[in-house]
Ligand binder design. Structure first.
Ligand code: 8X3
Length: 253
């Protein structure tokens, strides 16, 4: 009997690739997001409603999330894996000049939305000795200029993942924080407000991670023996590594 994964933010990038990878391995998937046309298209591509179902809602809205989960047909209610991929970065501005509304949108999506859907599905996941994979980021571990609230929200995701492990370790459920570095996807167009030139500059010659690389990693995490838990996993393209600390120097005459 096929297992079922619910993948949030599946209308692009990592989410779409994760859905394809899991379906290729015989899983059924529930794909979620805000863009119904894209969900419909993805469900079709994945083999239609025998294999995949799309539920369209805004993860920041608790009532909408409850209603969407409540609307799942019986065949898709036994969820074995929750892949918390929905999340976003908005802007790369410095903390003293960037937009408070953008900060709140990141917190509402990356933290509140993720916590809400996790809590709503946790009894099911525990009952099925399932798996939670949370998409954090290298920004959870390494601060960089312009990372401010985005990085802090991903640090929350990482620590929340470890906390879930701590609470649930006696119950046979697995929880993993995945922390990708430079990755090529629509994520960057969202972050730059649709600035294609910045997008192209960021990736030029960098051979960044691709959504399929992260999908492969997550599928690997899910396919390990049931007694093996990857707690956290940081993944970068080979081309990316660390830089020296910045040191601000006062001007001397
Ligand atoms: C995205 C990776 O390097 O832009 O989470 O923070 S990075």
């Amino acid at each position: 009997m096929s297992k079922t994964a619910l993948i949030t933010g599946a209308t692009a990038g990592f989410g779409e690739a994760i859905a394809r990878r899991f379906v290729a391995e015989g899983w059924n998937v529930i794909v979620t997001g805000r863009r119904k046309d894209r969900l419909d298209q993805l469900v079709l591509e994945l083999g239609g409603e025998a294999r995949a179902i799309g539920i369209c809602f805004d993860i920041r809205d608790e009532a909408a999330t409850r209603a969407a989960l409540g609307s799942l047909p019986l065949e898709f209610q036994a969820i074995d894996a929750l892949i918390n991929n929905a999340g976003l970065a908005l802007g790369t501005g410095m903390a003293d000049t960037c937009d408070l509304a953008e900060w709140k949108t990141m917190i509402d999506t990356n933290i509140t939305g993720l916590v809400t859907i996790t809590r709503l599905l946790l009894e099911t996941l525990v009952a099925r000795r399932g798996l939670v994979v949370n998409l954090a980021s290298i920004a959870a571990n390494w601060p960089y200029p312009g990372g401010n609230v985005y990085g802090a929200s991903k640090a929350f995701v990482r620590q929340f993942s470890l906390g879930l492990r701590s609470d649930l370790s006696s119950k046979g459920i697995r929880v993993t924080s995945i922390e990708p570095g430079l990755s090529e996807s629509e994520f960057t167009l969202v972050r730059t407000g649709g600035d294609q030139a910045s997008y192209d500059r960021l990736y030029q010659g960098a051979n960044p991670l691709q959504p399929e690389d992260i999908a492969e990693t997550i599928y690997w995490v899910s396919s390990l023996p049931a007694h093996v838990n990857i707690n956290s996993l940081e993944v970068m393209p080979v081309s990316q590594s660390w830089a020296p600390f910045q040191v601000h120097r006062e001007q001397t005459a």
